[in-house]
Structure formats: structure tokens, C-alpha cells
Design a protein. Structure first.
Lengths: 786, 227
């Protein structure tokens, strides 16, 4: 074995470029693959971890207390298949307003309260992140989802929540903030508090089932419970899988593209390893002969060449795994925060499994050409001396030699790929995959930017100003009424120079005939087509029409052109679906005109938002400041454009992975050109001896791979676009949405030309180093080369 | 007569070598001369030939060929010098296996940018003169040693260089073929071609060169005129 190591050391020292190429190729592959597999697995980890720790409810049932007694409910906990039950907890959904410091009243239209005497229990163990559990009436623990409203208001400790719809408008002081992994309520009070709410009596029952790994299994459990209770007593049920899907939707959409990059990286690493080891065997023919002549067995020769891949390979895989873990941190950290669990790193077993798989793949890729080395006849190998001459490409050389329009060094270079077609094909494939990754990554980056723009409604320059009396907010005592505020705001906006047009927005939730649950309905008080909502299909609505999101279409089974009915307290309005609008998420959403839904009655507290379109050249911030300066303090609030941090992280990942794969492709070309120039060192000497200048030598070497790069680039563009168009819908499915055409049509003609040249640029840049070596090699030394 | 080649106190030392391959050599070669550089293996004769051809640079001293001081040329300049001023013939031919005979011969002309028609004309002339015309489209591997050396000679002459350098031109050939190649070189010299021949064979040197320069351990020992 010592002899193998000695030979290996010599081999590695003599092939530093190839060793570096293998190391970097595996680094990139390991980074992309570990990141993809890690995110895929670890994206579930925070929820699963919290679900296990908090004994999350497999199903949360809302039961009509008039139809089922407490004893009947308690008995369901002993049913076959039910491994845990908690409740019945009295439950009520009421409207609430909170007096948040420095923010006008925050209103919650549907505030679900549950009466529980403690945070713990056999099911749904609520984790308190602040304060304490209510000890008396008048106290409430709010869900952390509620504590962070997203509009800058924070319903923290000490905030007083008023329940205006409840007789006596009772007040609850926030004494704690808690996290329920399955979101069983927005707030928790002592059971005694629930008797004061006067709502129709409902009870909440939480269950854990022996089998709840699939939707069918959860449904089976829920059905068993429902059968055990009087008919019609179960008013609703929520599966933990639905909650999990919703919580993980921030990561799930990104997994497909990571998998794509991972697969591209894997394929490229295999191709390049085969090329590197084949080249090393070919170029080391004489060395192999010498090793055998001094007593190396075929197995030992194979070991030398496989280890020559393994040594830099292990270093590359280890580095790539570390990089993947560092890159995964910011993404996984976000989901961990949601569940109040420590950030869940990529599981060690994923690191290990991906690393071992990559190294095994590298070993197999090396084994095939290494076996050829093992089989080489020692005498023949020594006699051959240098690398065996290629037996191909003569015809190409002859034909290209007649192309008088091209300088001879160029035609010599262009014929180069035909000399070793196998190596050329592998190099072409490596560049092709790299160029595909660039085309795909470039398109994806632009698509993500457009998604971000569409989600932030940033395609048109406008400002959004929220009134104190928005659907999440209610004027505080002493503040003018919502109508007065609206009129005041409208007057200020109309008078403000720079205003091009404006429109108001009202939000509410209504039932939809044929759909379970409710849809979020946004009603605009005028033409809102200019706001910048991106349409996936159809057109913006007119009178009696609406645009709806993908989630709505999936939930209702409707299509563009169909008519649906919104319902509320026995009133109904029929609307025609004019188009499908880009609003990602699980929540079915409808955008329409306020007049179209007027028959459903007043919408919440009325319009709560003003969208103002600005005249060209008007600075949005200056405009907003000027408007705010003319409004009474507290009558408005600034509306943020939403957090795009995750989008930025993902865009960054796309860029990093694309660059990484381009580097890998470049290393593949570099390796090929190094092999070629080393093999043809003697010929280079001859060329130079008969008058080839250094510049001509560079031209010859560079053109050897330039054509390969150009062809790879030309194929890569349609392939990359096809990949982009295939992966985007899968990502969209993860985000519960289709995408507008603009998210797909991201390649401009100029970009396509540049992308088509990617392969050429990668090839030329990669070849410059070895070409420089070829140009600088001393002719007399080259002529002595074996 | 002005010297075509002038080596002045030329020394060539390879890296890490304690003794120079060529030490303080000064020699002149006139136009139309045929000179044999003769010495045992490792004596430095091929190194001296490489220095004259601009394939290598001296550690010290100067090499002038015609009006050109080789030390003043960069790599591109040396390549252009080789194209126009020097034709080289090697012991093992150094033909490019993947090019046809015609393409091998044409290569220096193509690198020099000689118009294609003119280069073709010269090719025809040389292949006919060297009696290898029928092998024009053959690959070197299919030719005999003598035929390959004729191809190499044709390649060396395609740009009409004033100086022909031959490094053991018959060393890889049988005696009959070697004789033919020697006669060919002699004919060229008779026609005015300056020839420097490296050989370790005294008989060859005596027969085909008018002057023999002996070199041992990198130093000139004697310069004698042949019959």
C-alpha cells in the first residue's frame, strides 16, 4: 500500500490542475446537491420538531355544543385509533380591536378564542414565548401569528383587546404570547371568560391519531370521531397536514430549482471526472508501463488512479458540504423562528448520505478508465511512450486545411475536437450543462425579480396609504369616524401635486357557493387596473366581474369566464371571472369593484387603503411625506411593500449556484485543454519549429475548444429555456399559484444572444491558460517531449 | 565573404546543470557552405543546432544569422525568422501524423501567410523533385523512413530558406536510404543551399560536408575542411 501512496503522491504532484479541477467540481456538486437535499428534508424539520415537542393536534374539530354533550366529546378520546385527545375547550370567533401603542386601533374581524385552563395538555401544548397563562377573566394569551400583524403593529404584553361585538364590550389584557404549532386559536382565555362572550356555543376538540401520516389517514380519524358523535355536531375540522403545508409554503417552492441545480452539478461532476481520469490514464501511459514494470499489480495501478480522484474529491465534497450548510442557514432560520424552535440545520445524515453518494459516484466514474490503466500491457505502454496517437480526425484536418478563408492555426484548432471524439463529447456535455445552468439561472433570476415586483405591486410607481380605520384597524376613541377620515384623505390626495389618480380598497371575507370556507374579497372603489396586479390569464374585470387567484380557481373548480356567487348572511352576488390574478398562497382571493359587491352590505369598516398613482418624475417618498404632513397624526399609517428577504436569499442562491456550475464547466474545459496540450506538446514543438508564432499557438489551442463551446452554448439556450419553463410551474405549485406570462417570458433577444455565447466564452476563457502555456513552451524542450 | 551564420562566444547552460551543454563557442559559416557538426552523444551538437535555429536561446554570447541578431528577437520574431530563414530536418522526421504529406509540406508556407496558389506551386515542385509526388495525399505513417525524410526535407524547403539545418538526418534510416538522403542534401548544397549537418558518423560528415566542426563536451575541438 505504501507503494500505491508513493505513486499517488507523484501522480498528484504532476497533475495539480486536474486534482484542482476534480476538487472544485465535487465542491460545486456537493454544495448544490447537499443544499437541495438538505432544504428538502430540513424544510420539514422545524415544523416536525415543534409538532413532536408540542404534541401538535393531528386534527382540530369544532363541535356544536348544542348537539354533542361534554361527556360524548370526552368519550371520543377513547375511540380506537385515537391516541390522544384534549378538550372540549369552549371556542368562539368574535371581532376584536386592540389598542396598540403608537398605532391606531387594530381590528381583527375573526378572532378565535379558546377557553383553556393551562397551556399544557396531552395535545397542543402551547409554548409561551412571553408573559404567563391567564389566571383570571380579563386576561388573554395571544397567538404569536397575531402578535405580529405585519403592518408594523404588535399586539404585545399589556395591550388591551376590546370585543365590541360581545355584549358589554369586554376588555382583555394581553398577559402572554404563545405558539400553537397547529394554530388552534388566535387567543386563549380562562374557560370562565368564555361564558361572558354570548356566542353560539361551540367546543374545540383536539386529537392525535395512531395514523395521521396522510390526508386520508387524518380523514379516517376525523370520520371515526364524527360517527361517534350525534349527526351534524362536527362543524369543521382542520388537519395538521394543511397547517404544515401552509407553514412550509415559504420553502417548498424553491426546492425544485435546487434539485435541478443539484442534478446538473452531479451530471457535470461525473462527466468531468471521467474526462480527468481518462485523460490521466491516456497521458500517463508510459508512467503506467513503468509502474507495472517495477512490480505494480493491475489492482494497485487501478488504486493509484482511483485514489487520484478520491483525495481531491474528499476535500472538495467536504468543502462543498460546509458551504451548503452555510447557505442553508438563512433559509432554514426563517422557518425555525415561526415555530419558536432552535434553527434546524441540515441533518447530519443528509450531509453524510450526499457526500458518500457523490464520492461513490466519483469512484465509479474513475474506476472505468482506471481499469483500462490496469489492463495496459507494460511493454507496450513503455514502448508507446507518449499518449497513444488519436486515430480520428484526419478527414476533418484535411477538409479544414482546404478552407482558405481561415488561417491555418484556426483550421488546425477547429479540427482538434475530431481527434478525440469521446473526450470532445464529454467536454461538450460539461459545457452544455454549465451553459444550461446559466440560461436557467438567468431566467429564473429574472422570473424571481418579476415575481417580487408583481407581489409588491411595484411595476407602477405608486404609494399606498392606510387609514386608521382599515379592516385590521379601527379608529381609537376620540378619533374621527372612518367616513370622515376617508373624505379627509381623499381631499388631501386630490389636492396634492403629483397625484395622477387614486383608488380606495376595502377588504372582507365572504362565502362562495360551492366552496368550503370563505374567500378574501378585495373591493376597489374605482378603476384599479393601473395598480399593477399581474394577470395570469384573461383580463381585468369590468362591471359585475372579478379577477381571482389560482387558489380560488383550484378551490372552486371554476375557470376564467365562469360565474360564481359570493354570499354573506343570506345575501348573494354573482360575479363573472374575467381573469386569473397573480396572488400566491392558499387563501382564495377575489378582486372586484366595490359597487359589484355593494349588495352584500357594508364591507368591514369601509375603505381602509388608498392607492395613489403618481405623475412621472414624482418621488414616492417625498409625495408620501407631503401627504402625511397634511393629515392629522394617527389618521393614517404607512404601508410597507412586504418582506422580500426570502426572495432575495433565493435569488442570491440562484446566482451563486449558476456561477458555481459555470466554474465547474470552465474547469471541465480547462482540464480538457490541459490534457490536449500536454498530449500534443511534441506536436506543438514541431509547429513552432516550422514557424508557428506564440499568437498562432494560442489561436490554435483556443479554437480547439471554441467550436465545442459555441455548439454547447447554442444547444444550451433552448434547453435552458425549456428547463426554466418546466421548473417554474412546479415551483408555482409549491406556492399554490400559476405565474403570469411575464414571469415566463424573461429572455430578451439580446440576452439570448449573450447566453448563446456563454459556452464560447467559458471555453475560450478556460483555454487561455493552457494556450498561454502552449505559446510559451520552449520549442527545443517540446521537441524532446515523449 | 560575409558569414551567413556567426556564433560569438556562445554558451548554453540548462537549469541545474553544473557543466554547460555548449561553452564559449565561436564559429562562422559562409553562404553556400556545407558544414558538419560532429561529436559523440551529449557533446552539445544538437544544442548548437537549436541555438542557430532559434529554437533555444544561449545563456551568453550572440548568434547572428544573415542580418538578424537572434537575441534581439522575441518569440514571435524567432518564429518568423524560422519560417523564412531556416529549414529544419530531424532524425525522427517530426512529421505531424494527422496531416497528409501535402499538408505537412504546406504547413510552414501557410503559417507564413504565403498565398495558397503560390504555396501549391512550390509544393508540386518539391514533391516532384524529391520523387514523392505519388504520396501527396498519404499520411506519414504509411510511408517508409526514407520517404518520410523526403517529406521532411520538402517541408524544410517550402519557404526557400537560405539555411538548411539537419539533425542526424540519416540516423533513423537504413544505409541505402541514408545514402539517398545524403545525396539529396549534397545536391541541394551544390545548388547553393547552405547546409549544417549534425552527425556522429565521421564517414557521413566527410562525404557530405565541406567542413567538419568537432565538438566534445560542449567545446569546439577542431574545424577541418573535408575533401
Amino acid at each position: 500500500m505504501r507503494a500505491v501512496w508513493t505513486a499517488l503522491r507523484g501522480g498528484l504532484a504532476g497533475r495539480r490542475v486536474q486534482a484542482l479541477a476534480i476538487g472544485l467540481v465535487l465542491l460545486a456538486s456537493a454544495a448544490a446537491s447537499t443544499l437541495a437535499a438538505g432544504l428538502l428534508v430540513a424544510s420539514n424539520a422545524p415544523f416536525d420538531h415543534a409538532f413532536a415537542a408540542q404534541h401538535g393536534a393531528d386534527a382540530a374539530l369544532t363541535v356544536n355544543a348544542r348537539k354533542a354533550t361534554s361527556a360524548e366529546l370526552a368519550a371520543t378520546g377513547r375511540l380506537a385509533g385515537v391516541t390522544g385527545a384534549a378538550g372540549p375547550y369552549p371556542e368562539a370567533t368574535v371581532s376584536a380591536s386592540a389598542a396598540v401603542p403608537e398605532t391606531p386601533g387594530v381590528v381583527f374581524q375573526a378572532f378565535t378564542l379558546a377557553g383553556r385552563s393551562s397551556a399544557g395538555g396531552p395535545v397542543d401544548d402551547i409554548v409561551l414565548t412571553a408573559g404567563h397563562w391567564p389566571t383570571a377573566t380579563g386576561q388573554v394569551v395571544v397567538s404569536r401569528n397575531l402578535a405580529d400583524t405585519g403592518s408594523g403593529a404588535s399586539v404585545g404584553l399589556g395591550v388591551v383587546i376590546t370585543l365590541p361585538g360581545v355584549p358589554g364590550s369586554p376588555k382583555l389584557t394581553v398577559v402572554g404570547v404563545g405558539v400553537s404549532v397547529t394554530d388552534t386559536a388566535d387567543g386563549w382565555v380562562v374557560p370562565a371568560q368564555m361564558t361572558t362572550l354570548g356566542s353560539p356555543p361551540t367546543e374545540q376538540m383536539l386529537y392525535r391519531f395512531a395514523s395521521a401520516g396522510s390526508g386520508a389517514a387524518v380523514n379516517t380519524g376525523v370520520a371515526a370521531v364524527s360517527r361517534a358523535l350525534p349527526a351534524g355536531s362536527v362543524a369543521g375540522a382542520e388537519s395538521w397536514l394543511a397547517v404544515k403545508a401552509q407553514e412550509n409554503q415559504s420553502i417548498v417552492p424553491w426546492v425544485p430549482f435546487l434539485v435541478t441545480f443539484g442534478v446538473i452539478g452531479l451530471v457535470m461532476s461525473v462527466l468531468i471526472e471521467v474526462n480527468v481520469v481518462s485523460g490521466a490514464v491516456s497521458a500517463g501511459t508510459r508512467r503506467i508501463g513503468v509502474l507495472k514494470s517495477v512490480g505494480f499489480t493491475p489492482a494497485q495501478v487501478i488504486s493509484v488512479y482511483v485514489l487520484a480522484v478520491a483525495v481531491p474529491g474528499v476535500a472538495g465534497v467536504a468543502s462543498g458540504t460546509v458551504i451548503a450548510n452555510l447557505l442553508a442557514g438563512p433559509v432554514l432560520g426563517q422557518t425555525s423562528q415561526v415555530f419558536e424552535v432552535a434553527p434546524q440545520p441540515i441533518p447530519r445524515w443528509v450531509d453524510l448520505a450526499v457526500s458518500l453518494a457523490l464520492l461513490a459516484l466519483a469512484g465509479i466514474a474513475a474506476l472505468v478508465p482506471a481499469s483500462r490503466a490496469g489492463r495496459l500491457n507494460a511493454t507496450a505502454a513503455i514502448a508507446t511512450g507518449r499518449a497513444p496517437r488519436p486515430a480520428h480526425g484526419y478527414a476533418a484536418l484535411r477538409l479544414l486545411g482546404r478552407a482558405r478563408v481561415l488561417p491555418r492555426p484556426v483550421t488546425l484548432g477547429l479540427a482538434g475536437p475530431f481527434a478525440r471524439p469521446g473526450r470532445t463529447l464529454v467536454t461538450l456535455a460539461a459545457v452544455l450543462f454549465g451553459a444550461v445552468a446559466v440560461t436557467f439561472g438567468t431566467g429564473l433570476g429574472t422570473s424571481l425579480n418579476r415575481v417580487g415586483t408583481d407581489m409588491a405591486l411595484a411595476s407602477i410607481q405608486h404609494v399606498q396609504i392606510g387609514l386608521a380605520g382599515q379592516s385590521g384597524q379601527q379608529p381609537s376613541p376620540g378619533q374621527p369616524s372612518a367616513a370622515v377620515q376617508q373624505a379627509g384623505m381623499a381631499a388631501v390626495i386630490r389636492a396634492q401635486p403629483g397625484t395622477l389618480h387614486y383608488v380606495t380598497e376595502s377588504d372582507d371575507r365572504f362565502g362562495v357557493t360551492g366552496m368550503a370556507g370563505t374567500a378574501a374579497v378585495t373591493a376597489f372603489g374605482g378603476d384599479a387596473s393601473w395598480i399593477g396586479y399581474a394577470l395570469i390569464s384573461g383580463h381585468w374585470y369590468g362591471v359585475g366581474g372579478a379577477v381571482v387567484n389560482t387558489s380560488f380557481l383550484r378551490a372552486t373548480g371554476e375557470r376564467v369566464g365562469d360565474t360564481f356567487t359570493l354570499t354573506d348572511d343570506g345575501r348573494a352576488v354573482a360575479l363573472t371571472i374575467a381573469g386569473q390574478v397573480f396572488l400566491p398562497g392558499n387563501d382564495p382571493q377575489v378582486l372586484t369593484n366595490l359597487s359589484s359587491v355593494a349588495a352584500l352590505g357594508p364591507s368591514g369598516a369601509g375603505p381602509h387603503m388608498f392607492y395613489v398613482g403618481l405623475r412621472p418624475g414624482v418621488n414616492a417618498q417625498s409625495y408620501q411625506n407631503a401627504v402625511f404632513a397634511r393629515l392629522p397624526p394617527g389618521d393614517y399609517h404607512q404601508v410597507g411593500s412586504g418582506s422580500g428577504i426570502l426572495l432575495e436569499i433565493i435569488s442570491g442562491l440562484v446566482l451563486i449556484l449558476s456561477l458555481l456550475l459555470v466554474v465547474v464547466a470552465a474547469l471541465g474545459v480547462l482540464n480538457t485543454v490541459v490534457l490536449m496540450t500536454r498530449e500534443r506538446a511534441h506536436d506543438l514543438g514541431v509547429f513552432k519549429a516550422v514557424g508557428m508564432t506564440p499568437r498562432q499557438a494560442i489561436a490554435m489551442v483556443v479554437t480547439t475548444v471554441a467550436a465545442t463551446g459555441l455548439v454547447a452554448g447554442l444547444i444550451a439556450v433552448p434547453a435552458g429555456i425549456a428547463l426554466h419553463n418546466a421548473i417554474l410551474p412546479i415551483m408555482g405549485n409549491g406556492a399554490q399559484t400559476a405565474f403570469p406570462p411575464g414571469v415566463y417570458n424573461v429572455y430578451s433577444p439580446a440576452e439570448l444572444v449573450l447566453l448563446a455565447l456563454t459556452g464560447l466564452v467559458v471555453a475560450v476563457v478556460s483555454a487561455l491558460g493552457p494556450a498561454g502555456w502552449a505559446a510559451g513552451i520552449r520549442t527545443a524542450s517540446a521537441l524532446r517531449t515523449e | 565573404m560575409d558569414a551567413l551564420i556567426q556564433l560569438s562566444d556562445v554558451t548554453k547552460r540548462y537549469e541545474d546543470d553544473t557543466s554547460p551543454a555548449v561553452a564559449h563557442v565561436s564559429v562562422d559559416v559562409g553562404p553556400g557552405e556545407s558544414v558538419a557538426l560532429m561529436g559523440p552523444s551529449g557533446s552539445g551538437k544538437s544544442t548548437l543546432l537549436n541555438l542557430i535555429a532559434g529554437l533555444d536561446r544561449p545563456t551568453s554570447g550572440t548568434v547572428r544569422v544573415g542580418d538578424v541578431q537572434l537575441a534581439e528577437l522575441n518569440e514571435t520574431g524567432l518564429a518568423r525568422f524560422r519560417r523564412r530563414q531556416v529549414g529544419m530536418i530531424f532524425q525522427f522526421f517530426n512529421l505531424l501524423d494527422d496531416l497528409t504529406v501535402a499538408d505537412n509540406v504546406l504547413l510552414p508556407a501557410q503559417l507564413a501567410g504565403v498565398p495558397a496558389a503560390k504555396a501549391r506551386g512550390r509544393l508540386d515542385e518539391l514533391l516532384a523533385a524529391l520523387r514523392i509526388d505519388k504520396h501527396r495525399n498519404a499520411y506519414p505513417a504509411r510511408l517508409s523512413g526514407g520517404e518520410r525524410q523526403r517529406v521532411a526535407i520538402a517541408r524544410a524547403l517550402v519557404n526557400r530558406p537560405p539555411l538548411l539545418l539537419a539533425d542526424e538526418p540519416t540516423g533513423a534510416l537504413d544505409s541505402v536510404t541514408g545514402e539517398e538522403i545524403g545525396e539529396l542534401l549534397l545536391d541541394l548544397n551544390r545548388a547553393g543551399q547552405t547546409l549544417i549537418l549534425v552527425t556522429h558518423d565521421p564517414a557521413l560528415a566527410a562525404r557530405y560536408a565541406k567542413r567538419v566542426i568537432r565538438i566534445v563536451d560542449g567545446q569546439l575541438t577542431t574545424a577541418v575542411a573535408s575533401a
